[in-house]
Design a protein around this ligand. Structure first.
Ligand SMILES: Cc1cc2nc3c(=O)[nH]c(=O)nc-3n(C[C@H](O)[C@H](O)[C@H](O)COP(=O)(O)OP(=O)(O)OC[C@H]3O[C@@H](n4cnc5c(N)ncnc54)[C@H](O)[C@@H]3O)c2cc1C
Length: 442
């Protein structure tokens, strides 16, 4: 999966004039996970925060499977028990490519780096947990669509209605946070250029009861490459299974007229899915997502910043989305604190860090799409088998598995060493094993 991003540094903020007064209110647009997390973190620091939300959240939302790196953020916000109450324990993820291309990752293999588990969550209930926490911390929510317009000098202005609703004084200049997800209200208003990924996929998903349980362990997420192109997810939720398929738009058109037809046709025709869905009953509508691989070239400006999907989203296969929503909020909060408030250096550091995260995810996810992760896994097992399980081959295999699992968990995704190790092993470590293209997701 190639991206056109010219480099991983984005566009510099050189010469940007930034207001230093941190007493002006913070206006967050969008009460999704990114917006609520940032609002809660700033409220914890004593800032006045107002969050606008258009209350248009659909009942079926993707973003149900979380990586372990979100758990420390839950602990920081004091919401882990509440999240556990709306989800299932997630011990790991299994990836199935071709017959011999099966990898079971258990988060225990990431050792002490991160919690050894994560959660699969009922998404609207999860969003409510974060919102309630922000409310408890004194954040004010306004149920209204926020109106914005471009001002002079790279500034973002709030419309008069929105200013009034938020009670912002005439001489105050709010710090505007775009956390509107794919609506990308600020980014669109300022016409910030974006880079798109090369996959032209569409995702269909729904909730089911009576899925046959083939899980390696309860709560294990299963990602399967589909025989006729694309891939599917199975995410165990409390009392039901979330199942989605991700296909090229061209393939989807061949499968029927409606989203329901297309999803059900994949479940009927793919051998992996057919065997587990014979008795399954759909208990929700079918939701559709398209054109989601998109990253903005800038993450902040004179009095604004982009968080979560409003800044960018790489791809759903490894579930980085909610982690990036929460982590981008955490990074912005930390950089503001470290660099004296809304300064150019705080914004520049924020942008560099989120760009680097996206680069790490892009590189890792590309190895799953092109099949190299499966060839590497096969190579590691082969060395251990050939040398009859000796100490050194076992250590090499465990070392590789540790780095892949901890990158996919969100712990070492950006690590220079882990990324370098994977690049090196892809180049020099795969002999006498099936080529990556055997396992590639078409
Ligand atoms: C097919 C697919 C599968 C995915 N699966 C996963 C997964 O398993 N795990 C995972 O971690 N991530 C997954 N993701 C990604 C994840 O869903 C997103 O990354 C995450 O929801 C981003 O959160 P956010 O807070 O940035 O935005 P959102 O969750 O989109 O929240 C934005 C909020 O802003 C509000 N809003 C919009 N415009 C306005 C306005 N003008 N005024 C006021 N409010 C406004 C919206 O109503 C919404 O409440 C998936 C994505 C796709 C496409």
């Amino acid at each position: 999966m190639k991206w056109r991003l010219r480099d991983c540094g984005g566009v510099g903020i050189v010469g940007m004039e930034v207001k230093r007064d941190s007493r002006d209110p913070i206006v967050v647009i969008g009460a999704g996970p990114a917006g609520c997390t940032f609002a809660a973190l700033r409220a914890l620091r004593g800032d006045q925060v107002v969050v606008f939300d258009d209350e248009k959240r659909p009942s079926m939302l993707v973003g149900e499977s979380l990586v372990p790196a979100v758990v420390p953020i839950f602990r920081r916000l004091g919401v882990e028990d509440a999240v556990a109450g709306v989800g299932t324990h997630k011990p790991g993820v299994s990836f199935e490519a071709a017959e011999e291309g099966v990898i079971h990752f258990n988060f225990k293999s990431v050792g002490k780096l991160l919690p050894n588990y994560s959660y699969n969550v009922d998404r609207p209930a999860f969003d409510d947990v974060l919102r309630r926490r922000a409310e408890e911390l004194g954040v004010r929510f306004i149920s209204k669509r926020a109106m914005v317009e471009a001002g002079d000098g790279d500034r973002m202005l709030l419309g008069a209605d929105s200013r009034d609703a938020a009670g912002i004084a005439e001489d105050a200049e709010p710090f505007v946070i775009d956390a509107t997800g794919r609506a990308r209200v600020v980014a669109r208003t300022l016409e910030i250029p974006t880079e798109r990924g090369e996959r032209n996929d569409v995702a269909y998903f729904a909730h089911f009861e009576n899925f046959e349980d083939v899980a390696v362990e309860p709560g294990q997420v299963i990602i399967t490459a589909l025989r006729d192109g694309g891939w599917s997810w199975r995410i165990p939720l409390p009392g039901k299974m979330s199942c989605g398929v991700v296909l090229s738009k061209a393939r989807a058109r061949e499968l029927g007229e409606t989203p329901e037809d297309r999803l059900m046709e994949v479940l009927r025709s793919d051998p992996h899915l057919e065997s587990v869905t014979r008795e399954a009953r759909r208990v929700s509508d079918v939701a559709v997502y398209t054109n989601y691989q998109l990253i903005a070239e800038r993450a902040s400006g004179a009095n604004w910043a982009l968080l979560g999907d409003a800044f960018g989203f790489v791809d759903p296969m490894l579930s980085p989305g909610l982690f990036m929503a929460l982590e981008s909020a955490q990074i912005l909060d930390t950089q503001l604190e470290a660099h004296g408030g809304r300064t150019a250096v705080a914004f520049e550091s924020y942008q560099a860090e989120v760009m680097d995260w996206h680069c790490g995810w892009k590189e890792l996810i590309a190895y799953f799409y092109d099949g190299s992760i499966f060839s590497l896994h096969a190579a590691g097992k082969q060395v251990t088998e050939i040398l009859n399980g000796g100490f050194i081959p076992k250590r090499i295999e465990a070392h590789m598995n540790y780095h892949i699992a901890s990158m996919a968990s969100g712990g070492r995704t950006r690590s220079r060493y882990s990324r370098g190790l994977l690049r090196f092993m892809r180049k020099h470590g795969m002999w006498n094993v099936p080529e990556p293209k055997v396992f590639a997701v078409r």
